[in-house]
Every structure is written in C-alpha cells, then in structure tokens.
Design a protein around this ligand. Sequence first.
Ligand code: ADP
Ligand code: MG
Length: 250
Amino acid sequence: MKSFCFCIQKGGVGKTSLSVTLAVELAKTGATVIVDADSQSNASAWIGPESITRELADVLLKQCSVKEAIVKTAIPNLYLLPSAGIGGGLSDYENGKGINQPNSIKHLLRDIEALGYRYTVIDTNPGWNCLSKAAVHAADEVITPILGDSFASDGLRIFASKLKELREDLDAAAAYRRVIVNAIDRRIPQHAQTLQQVQEGAGRLRVYSVPVEPAFRLAQRRHLAVQDLSGIKAETREVIGRLTADLLTA
Ligand SMILES: Nc1ncnc2c1ncn2[C@@H]1O[C@H](COP(=O)(O)OP(=O)(O)O)[C@@H](O)[C@H]1O
Ligand SMILES: [Mg+2]
C-alpha cells in the first residue's frame, strides 16, 4: 500500500480539497481510503454519509476496528475513515491520549493495508499537533499545499524545519518531494511572483500550481468529486492527473 498525507501548519490552503481530489483519482487505480484526521471533519462532510456510527477517534482509542469504522462513499472504489466533527472524539484524542502515541497513524496504516486497500490519503488538521506529526511520521510521502500569498515561502520554511525535527526525533518521516501552490490566478501579480519565488527556492522539491478553481466549492456543496463536474478547468484536470501519475511512479 502507498500512503500520502497533505500537511502544513496552515488552514484554508487546500489540504482537504486536494486530499479528496487525489483520493478520487487514486481510486481509479485501486481501492483507496481517505482518512479524515482533522477534527473539523470537512472531508467527511464532503464525501461521507449523513451520519456515522464510528469514527477515526474510536479506532485510535481501540474502541472499534478499522474495518468497523471505514465507510463506502458514492465514488467508485473510494472509502472513508471519517471523523465526526462537533461532538466527535478526535480533539479529545489529540489533546489527551494521542500526545503519547506517536505511532498511532503508523499502526492505523498497517491495519488498513491488512484489509487489502491499495492507497491511503490522510487529510490533516491545520496545525502541527500530535496527530499531524503521527501522520507525517507514518505516510510514505507528504505534500504541502500553500497559497500564492506573500507568506507562502515562510510557511514552507517552517514546515521544512518541523519535518527535520520530527525526522530527528522519531528516526523516520514521510518523503517530502512536492509542493502545490494552490488557487493561483496568474493575473494577480502577487500570485505570479509567489509562484516564481517558490519555484526558484524549491531546490529538489517539485512545484505544481493549481489554478483558482470555483468547481471545488461547488463540488463540496453538492457532495461530489470535483473531477465529476463538467465545469472544471482543463488546467485543474491536467495538474491533478500529472500529480497522481508522478506520485504513483515515485
Ligand atoms: N484551487 C482552488 N480555487 C478556489 N478555491 C479553492 C481552491 N482550493 C480550495 N478552495 C476553497 O478554499 C477553501 C479552503 O480549502 P480547504 O481544502 O478546506 O483548505 P484546508 O483543508 O487547507 O483548510 C474551501 O472553501 C475550498 O473550496
Ligand atoms: Mg481541511
């Protein structure tokens, strides 16, 4: 099984939009699970069922098995390990037991793999807490989305230093090879400038740019995959396809 994680210590940059979209794409190749590791549960609200009886926190607290908590989505071959959002157990877990369980996601991925799934994508919270660290520790590859604003490069620098610390503390962490500059409008000088700056400073990181894409909001409102909307831009489709192909050949 291959596992990918979208992570950066910032909110509103496209972690959920891109996690779900990548998972939909991977599901075309093999059975895929998206793990909603954000207590705000946006991924679950987007593609999950109206109500759930088990959530990620229950699995992490060993109150049920992974198999019992995973649900099928309406998208072929795509499964969800949901979080419950308001009233759910994930934030208690993050502030309690999870602090002393740096291997929580590693064990979770092992259990998902044992069920025969081919890919797992983890959507993390905006922050750098025990759960996002456990995800970055355990996944094969971590991808950082950023926006085209003037703080993008700072955000990447901070992430790189946190990743280095994690790797030193735990002796292992996800490979870090890709940055996505998201919601880019090339007509906005700041966006074009940021994209250029990130590309110049990327070193060995590969940089992808996703255009401003109104179809994301629409897809989320309608509980659909963005790929299934006819209004999606050709550029969005192209970059999603290229990112997926690159991840699968890495
Ligand atoms: N490329 C894009 N173009 C336009 N809007 C986007 C794009 N990517 C994400 N969004 C919107 O931005 C908001 C934040 O995205 P989200 O994926 O929830 O970020 P995060 O998970 O990092 O907090 C959402 O309303 C989403 O629909
Ligand atoms: Mg999110």
